[in-house]
Design a protein around this ligand. Sequence first.
Ligand SMILES: *Cc1c(COP(=O)(O)O)cnc(C)c1O
Length: 467
Amino acid sequence: MIDWSTLPSVDRVLNMGAVRSLVADFGRTRVTDSVRALLAEVRRDALRGKQWAPDALQEEALVRHLSARLEQSAKPRLIPVFNLTGTVLHTNLGRALLPEEALRAVAAVLAQPCNLEYDLDSGERGERDQLVEGLLVELTGAEAATVVNNNAAAVFLALNTLGLRKEVIVSRGELVEIGGAFRVPDIMARAGCRLKEVGTTNRTHRRDFADAITSRTALLLKVHTSNYAIQGFTAAVPEAELADLAREHGLPFMIDLGSGTLVDLRQWGLPAEPMPQEALAHGADIVSFSGDKLLGGPQAGIIVGRKELLRKIRKNPLKRALRVDKMTYAALEAVLNLYRDKERLARRLPTLRLLTRPLEAIQAVADRVLPPVGQAVAGTAAASLRPSRSQIGSGSLPVDLLPSVCIAMTPLKKGKGEGTTLKRLEQAFRNLPTPVIGRVADGAFCLDLRCLEDEQPFLDQLGALKL
Ligand SMILES: *Cc1c(COP(=O)(O)O)cnc(C)c1O
């Protein structure tokens, strides 16, 4: 049994010299709470018959315990990681990395007042969209633009504004689901629109749309099938034809582009992704796309299109609920500004820089990083280089497209223990101060080096790897 007389009081612990220095670091309330929690744990364990060694209750041990507890609870939950999964725009790892220009712009407006909704010319109340509308209009050729929380919000807001209690016509081949939570039929229902599906999964014709238009129709909608492709015997109505049809009936035509890109990616040998400027040129009245997919900016949903429709969208009370913060405007403005200098874009915009990274550069990193990684996992796994394929991510097709190099760590133990070793490797890399996220493929734990631009911090922490 524990000798209760040796269990110090909360006050006595708080007055220990080393604990006083913890108070200086973490504040009295938090330290007091931690001391109470620790002593309660000792008592609870004692009542359950689990003994703490007497010296665990000595000053030194108690202080060690407390400071570990406090440090653990003070650690931020949102931290940087190394994305070596091979997926450049990884939704779970925060999608696009922002350029320096955006970081500076965000920092500049965070700790000081800024003209978020203040017109510096007139001294009157301004409209926050005007901060980026000019740039979006310049880059896409649209008449007007607005920004909301993400593209899901953009689609939701546009549908709710233009199609409330009316019908929205969509091809059956485009009823997409993105990452489980964004599903066209569900968003449509929540936006208060009635979904009218037309055509079939693989083929939809102009007459399918034409036959479906009635006095209840509010909108024709096209959704970019970002994360899948329908191949074989297929037919879709070209955008320009749908735009014509909509115009004939006095209806707006909207396209949800998903990722959307403001530059033709084919110039770097990347697959063509639809561009908002093209969609508008084809006659779309409203186009929406993400800020943090191929655009390479902050999380945002961008809506561009006709002035009259944008005016309605801005007046929808939900716009207020879905609006974005000054951080987003600052970052988005800086990123959009980079698009004005097309020649240097691929060097300055991290997303594009990573997607266009030459294989030789990746190979060179791989050659330098392999020996230290091999050493760090020696005894557990054999490390070697493997050709691999990275992907754009965030729904851009095709997958496994960009030639890359990965370090493959193959467990030394074959057979039964192999899976456990792979799990241990993954966990050990995730436990590093800056967690390293890779993927398991073909019996190895793989680190794709496309996204490792600054290898020194990666190498510096390898010594801490605990297998
Ligand atoms: C990604 C995507 C969305 C959702 O965009 P978020 O910015 O992630 O909200 C909507 N529609 C399509 C077609 C997409 O690809």
